[in-house]
Design a binder for this molecule. Structure first.
Ligand SMILES: Nc1nc2c(ncn2[C@@H]2O[C@H](COP(=O)(O)OP(=O)(O)O)[C@@H](O)[C@H]2O)c(=O)[nH]1
Ligand SMILES: [Mg+2]
Length: 271
């Protein structure tokens, strides 16, 4: 692991992790042993799900042959999540637990995990099994074949939203639609709100992100140095156990993020 200057840890900047984290060149057949993936699994009271998620992710990634670590970033859950993860870390050092005290926010949790690894491929996946770990090899293969960003996508052909009500589908479609003018022409993702994606570290390092949001992918699409995107379809599953943390505050954070991104776009045009 790389040690970061302490002033960077609390900032919203994604630090550079130095040469160790540079992705290997893509010419020829990639040697998977040259790559390392850090998959963040953010948790807030996911004690009933986390063991199952960690077991499934490891059984999917082990046969791929890539080096990896799974960083569970827990915001001080009160349901035993950390204790369960600690037990797994003792069996398997590739699983690491990072606990944040007195902090909340999904984007901040993901960035915190990414700041504590030297991996060249950074990723995120929910802890409630709505994201099938079985998609990870396909997402990895998109990165290995030269894409900067690989998105588990509910909106691309073959993907799906599961058992959502018509109102929720409409709201989600509207939330995607408003991102269209913000996204870069030629690189637009159909599912910019996905919480399941992998990105090359060199595309996001030294970019400043909003910690309080729930939709880090949209910020990455708009503000990071992304040159190519692949969307891999998947069907959004049902939460395995426990309750969703999406709330009115999450919707407000999303509105604030949109305002900030639109304001940034307008000031760029004027400048
Ligand atoms: N560390 C951390 N994880 C969070 C936070 N909010 C949500 N999560 C995790 O983010 C993932 C997605 O949250 P979820 O409630 O399932 O959202 P939904 O799928 O939109 O209903 C889950 O793994 C949650 O445990 C947070 O504030 N901090
Ligand atoms: Mg969920």
């Amino acid at each position: 692991m790389v040690s970061m200057p302490s002033e960077l840890i609390d900032a919203t900047y994604m630090p550079d992790a130095g040469a160790a984290a540079l992705a290997p060149p893509l010419e020829g057949t990639p040697d998977l042993a040259d790559w390392k993936l850090a998959l963040v699994v953010p948790t807030l009271n996911e004690g009933e799900n986390i063991r199952r998620v960690l077991d499934r992710v490891r059984s999917v990634l082990d046969p791929v042959g890539v080096r990896y670590e799974i960083l569970v970033v827990d915001d001080d859950s009160r349901d035993g999540t950390a204790e369960i993860v600690t037990a797994v870390t003792q069996e398997d050092p590739r699983v690491r637990l990072l606990v944040r005290k007195g902090q909340r926010g999904l984007s901040g949790a993901i960035l915190y995990g990414w700041q504590h690894t030297d991996a060249a491929i950074l990723g995120v996946m929910d802890a409630d099994l709505q994201h099938p770990p079985e998609l990870l090899p396909e997402l990895l293969s998109a990165i290995f074949t030269g894409k900067d960003l690989a998105i588990g996508s509910r909106y691309t052909a073959g993907g799906g939203l599961g058992e959502w009500s018509r109102v929720r589908r409409l709201l989600s479609a509207a939330a995607v639609w408003v991102t269209w003018p913000l996204q870069k022409a030629g690189l637009r993702a159909k599912d910019p709100m996905s919480g399941f994606f992998l990105v090359r570290r060199d595309c996001v390092s030294r970019v400043r992100f909003q910690e309080s949001g729930f939709k880090l992918l949209l910020e990455i699409l708009v503000r990071a140095r992304i040159r190519s995107v692949e969307e891999v379809p998947f069907a959004f599953g049902q939460r395995y156990r426990g309750a969703s943390k999406a709330s009115f505050k999450v919707a407000c954070d999303y509105a604030r993020l949109l305002v900030r991104l639109y304001a940034g776009r307008l000031s760029l045009r004027r400048g």
